[in-house]
Design a protein around this ligand. Structure first.
Ligand SMILES: [Zn+2]
Length: 52
């Protein structure tokens, strides 16, 4: 059973929820990206606390 959740904001690939597992990543701003694009995301999208 697959449920269409939305489309990747980068490549516009459809992202499904399969058996309760999302086929991608939901960003902090609620936008969706597929796993392929999320792995290509620049590090600046990750919140990293600077070490002092
Ligand atoms: Zn994508």
């Amino acid at each position: 059973m697959e449920e269409l959740i939305g489309h990747c904001r980068t490549c516009e690939k459809p992202i499904y929820c399969k058996m309760g597992f999302l086929d991608g990543v939901v960003q902090a701003d609620k936008s969706l990206v597929c796993y392929e694009c999320s792995s290509e995301m620049p590090k600046e999208n990750l919140t990293v606390e600077p070490q002092k």
